[in-house]
Design a protein around this ligand. Structure first.
Ligand code: SF4
Length: 214
C-alpha cells in the first residue's frame, strides 16, 4: 500500500461504533458536534499541544504523527511515553490515548490504541507490547496489553475500513440503543431524533398522572 491509500486511523473508532457513521464521516464528509464530542475536543487540547517533556526515565511526545503502510493507516498519537529501558537498551514506546466518558462495552478505544501501537512498531522496528487509555469521566488510566486477539481485531478492522471506503456505499441506518450516543443521530435518522420518544413518554406520563386524566 502506498501513501495515497492511507486512511485516517481515527476512522477505526467510527467503524467499530457504527459502519454507517464511519461512511457518513469518511465517505460523505458529514460531521456534527454534540456535547460528548465537544467535551472530547477539550480533553484532547493538552494532548494536541505538541509539547515534548522529559522527566528522568520518562520522555513524553504529544501529537506524534503515525503511519502504517501495512495497515494503510495514518494519524497522530495523543501521547507516546518513552520509558527508559536498562542501560544501553534504549527506550520503550507506550502510547496513551485520551477519551471522554468512561470505559465502554465495545472495543473501539482499544482497537484505536492498538492501531497506534502497530504504526509505532512499523516505524520504530521494535515491539510495542502495551499502552493505556485515560478516561476523562473517571480520571482513570487503564493499561491495555496488545495481545494476539486485540492485534487480530485491529488488523481485521483496518481491512474492513478499507473495504467500506473502496466500496463507496453508505450502509442503511438501523436504529439501535447506541444511536442515542451518536453525534450524527439527527442527520442520520431525522424522523426519529433522540428526544422524541422521551418527550412522547413524558407527555403520556404527565397526562396519565393528571387528576383529570381519563
Ligand atoms: S444514528 Fe445510529 S445508525 Fe445512524 S450513524 Fe449514528 S449510530 Fe449509526
Amino acid at each position: 500500500m502506498d501513501e495515497s491509500d492511507l486512511l485516517p486511523l481515527s476512522a477505526l473508532q467510527h467503524l467499530l461504533f457504527c459502519e454507517r457513521q464511519c461512511a457518513l464521516i469518511h465517505l460523505e464528509q458529514v460531521w456534527a458536534d454534540n456535547p460528548l464530542t465537544v467535551e472530547g475536543t477539550h480533553l484532547h487540547e493538552k494532548a494536541d499541544s505538541g509539547v515534548q517533556e522529559s522527566r528522568g526515565d520518562l520522555r513524553i511526545a504529544r501529537a506524534l504523527p503515525l503511519r502504517s503502510l501495512r495497515l494503510g493507516l495514518s494519524g497522530r498519537a495523543d501521547v507516546v511515553e518513552f520509558h527508559r529501558r536498562p542501560v544501553g537498551e534504549g527506550w520503550q514506546a507506550f502510547p496513551v490515548e485520551y477519551k471522554r466518558g468512561r470505559p465502554k462495552s465495545h472495543r473501539a478505544d482499544e482497537v484505536q490504541l492498538c492501531a497506534q501501537a502497530l504504526c509505532l512498531e512499523e516505524m520504530l522496528g521494535e515491539p510495542v507490547p502495551a499502552g493505556a487509555l485515560f478516561y476523562g469521566q473517571t480520571r482513570r488510566r487503564l493499561d491495555v496489553p496488545f495481545d494476539a486477539e486485540l492485534r487480530r481485531l485491529t488488523e481485521d478492522s483496518a481491512a474492513r475500513l478499507h473495504r467500506l471506503i473502496a466500496a463507496g456505499l453508505t450502509p442503511i441506518a438501523a436504529r439501535a440503543p447506541k444511536c442515542d450516543q451518536c453525534s450524527l443521530l439527527e442527520i442520520c435518522l431525522p424522523a426519529a431524533p433522540a428526544t422524541s420518544a422521551r418527550h412522547y413518554f413524558d407527555r403520556a406520563l404527565r397526562a396519565a398522572l393528571a387528576p383529570d386524566a381519563e
